[in-house]
Structures are given as C-alpha cells and as structure tokens.
Write a protein that binds this ligand. Sequence first.
Ligand code: AMP
Ligand code: MG
Length: 353
Amino acid sequence: MNTEIVTLDEKEIDPVIIARAGEIIKNGGLVAFPTETVYGLGGDAFNPDSSRKIYAAKGRPSDNPLIVHIADTEDLKKVTSEIPVSAQKLADAFWPGPLTMIFKKSPDIPRETTGGLDTVAVRMPSDRIAAEFIKASGGFVAAPSANLSGKPSPTEARYVIEDMNGRIDMIIDGGESQVGLESTIVDLTEDTPVILRPGYITEKMISEVLGSEVIFDKAIVEVASDVAPKAPGMKYRHYAPKAPLTIVEGDPGDVVAKINELGNQDNACGKKVAVIASSENIPGYDGSFIIKDVGSFDHEEEAAHLLFRTLRELDDQGADVIYSEAFKESGVGYATMNRLIKAAGHHILKIRR
Ligand code: AMP
Ligand code: MG
C-alpha cells in the first residue's frame, strides 16, 4: 500500500488536507495523526472492518481494545450507554486533554473496536490537528498508539513512518507530541473510580475533582506480580527498546557508580553502552557511554516527554545494553516510571547501603 505522508501546521491547518484525511476514515481507511499524548492510528470507530485493519497494521492482539476519540463532549452520548456524574465532572475538568474514561458501551459501538468488551474507552484530545481531523472523519475515531505492537509509542511522525509506512493510507506529521506519554485511563463503571493506566493527569488531580477516593488497578501497584490487569493491553510487553534495559535505583552517587561499573564490564565485552540519566548526574558518567539526558530531577514532565523518544533513538544508535536511572515518582513521574519498568521487562537493580 502507498502511504501518503502530509505535514500540517497547527497554527494554520490546511482544510483541504484535513478533509482528505477525513474522507479516508469515512471510506474505511486508516490515518495516523498527532495528539498531545502520542501519535494515534485512527479508523472509523463504528466500522468493524476499520478496527480489524488497525489490529492488522499494528500486529496487535485483537483482545487489546482501542480508544474512541471524539471532538465534542456531546458525542459521548453516542458511544456510551450510561454517563455517570463523575465522568461529567472529569470531562469538565480535563477535556479536551490527556484523560481516557471507561464507560458501558453503546450497542452501536462494535466489539471489534472494544476488543470484545462491553465497555468502551473514550477520550477528547486537546491537540488542534487531532480535533479537526476527528471532526472531518465524522466525529468518532478509534485509535491505539501508532507504533508496531511492543515498540515504544511514537512521539514524532518519523517514528510512525518507521513503523507504519506501507501499512496505512496516510500519516499526518504535526510535529512533536507535547506530553509524550499515553493518556491516563480511569474506569468509571464501578462505584470507586479505578486508574487503569497512570499518565499526565494524576490520581491526585482526579480525586480532587471528584472529592472522593480513587484507586489504582492492582496490576499497576504490584508491577512485578502476576495480577491480571483490568486494562487488557497492559498485560502485553510494551515500549521495549531493542537492547536489554536495566533500571538502577538508589542514592544518586551509588547509582552512577554502579552504572559505571556495569557499563565498563559491558564495554570490555565490546558492547555499546547507553545510559538514560538526569541532567545533574551526567558529569559523573564514563565518557565512553552514549548518555541520554532526560532533564533535571525536578522536572518530571521533561522525562515523561523524552522517554519514548530516547528509547527510539537508542535503537537507531545501535545501543547493545541500556541502563536507566530510576526517576522520582511524584506527579507525572509515576507514569514515567510505570512505562520505564515495562520497557525494562521489570528488570530493576536496587542498591541498598
Ligand atoms: P493504546 O492507545 O495503544 O495504549 O491502546 C489503548 C489502551 O486503552 C489499551 O491497551 C487498553 O489498555 C486501554 N483500553 C481501551 N479500552 C478499554 C476498555 N474498554 N477497558 C479497559 N481498558 C481499555
Ligand atoms: Mg499502545
């Protein structure tokens, strides 16, 4: 298949290109598009064939549900069968934005879109290109992240091109994703809201708006356990770079010393060593390593923004082995660590004194 690659400027969105992208979706085709979280791989949410094509293009297991993207809160009614008061409050507070909510689905939404579930995930992105594209597509775009299954989510069009060129109809390049991590997912189908996937919208932000308790799905908290996650996709190995990745956790001085020691051993075996590090620690590392700066200790949003890009760059640079510092788990840092732990296949080295 020939994939058309187009570039859009969010300050001056070309209506002709947006209309063409919308037509592709209405005709059952697939378009990758930018959002503020990561790039999405979109198809018509009401068309079961479109959803099947999305799974095929990604090489994704078909029990891993898609998120339905809308551009108008009113449209929530058309994809759900029940809208709890809590959802209305969260939509008022965080939509458009990086929050996905789980609802009981409308019978009109095909099970192909929801991975066979009776529930549906819905999000209204804030990215302007995404919003215009969704409107031009008829208002309901089912989309997972636009990466091949198992690879890091794409935060720039060049990574979408790497994974999807020749597999879909169109790729819209809208520049770098602002947040860089996938949306927070909260399940509102039970009495207590449950966070199924941490993200930029934190537990604290959600519980403040609801004025009630919010819990995390057990599979998130007990990351190294065998607890089956409620968000089906979370069970698959995700976000993985090609090289084995180890997280090293402890006091900064100890972490730097340990990574230097391990990295030098790898170097001696002829391996190309890479380190994902906080800005403050960088001067301490061996100069022979590939060093990836993901920002200061105190700027957790920067590490969130840079993590997936960094993993992709390390693939391109041919790293044989990767070490990463553990990041502070406050704010969005909790979500960053959740993705990093998955990328590392739970391989964490804890240094205790
Ligand atoms: P992606 O955008 O690629 O991360 O894929 C969407 C993710 O949303 C899936 O992997 C699931 O974890 C989650 N999701 C979508 N629909 C549902 C649902 N009905 N119930 C629980 N989780 C869902
Ligand atoms: Mg994904």
